[in-house]
Design a protein. Structure first.
Length: 184
């Protein structure tokens, strides 16, 4: 069964025809409305995040679509565990990890220098520009956790031996500014 299809505006196709063998009736897959709403709410942020890490728009779009397809396959379990956003974030980061190439972006290099949770919080809040609350909602955690991660990241950034981290961070912010100026 194909993953859910997203349109150019980020909305999700509710019914995706599946073509059966010749002579059988087509099957229509209907996605739950709450899944469609979740996708609409998170798609743009996921796309921006993937774009900062993968640089190539098509590769980033594929990673996001496959991550949402992975989530669709386990939607009932994701809702039942009350960690829906965290499960979706894990699916996205797994797909981004698979799509990474040796030619990395400055934001991607951050993940070799600091723990992933800190890098996620810094990229979402400081580069993409989400509020602390929205960053927490996106990652499926608490705002206090995000504030703590950002404080720890700032300490690392200002520590005496963090030259490589500071250089990488400046490059990531410059790349983000350049990407914002030029559009998708």
């Amino acid at each position: 069964m194909p993953p859910a299809s997203l349109t150019a505006d980020g909305s999700i196709t509710h019914a995706t025809p599946v073509h059966p063998p010749l002579g059988e009736q087509p099957i229509t897959v209907v996605l739950p409305a709450d899944f469609a709403a979740f996708c609409q709410l998170h798609h743009d942020v996921y796309q921006h995040f993937a774009q900062h890490l993968l640089a190539d728009h098509d590769t980033a779009s594929d990673a996001v679509q496959h991550a949402l397809g992975d989530l669709a396959a386990s939607w009932t379990q994701a809702l039942a565990g009350h960690r829906t956003a965290a499960i979706a974030w894990e699916a996205l980061t797994r797909r981004i990890q698979r799509a990474r190439t040796p030619a990395s972006t400055p934001a991607n290099v951050l993940y070799a220098l600091v723990p992933a949770a800190e890098a996620d919080a810094a990229v979402l809040h400081r580069i993409i520009g989400l509020s602390i609350t929205t960053t927490a909602d996106t990652l499926g955690t608490e705002a206090t956790t995000i504030a703590s991660l950002l404080t720890t990241f700032d300490r690392r950034l200002t520590s005496k031996g963090a030259t490589t981290l500071r250089t990488c961070w400046r490059a990531a912010r410059a790349a983000a500014a350049s990407q914002t100026a030029s559009g998708p």
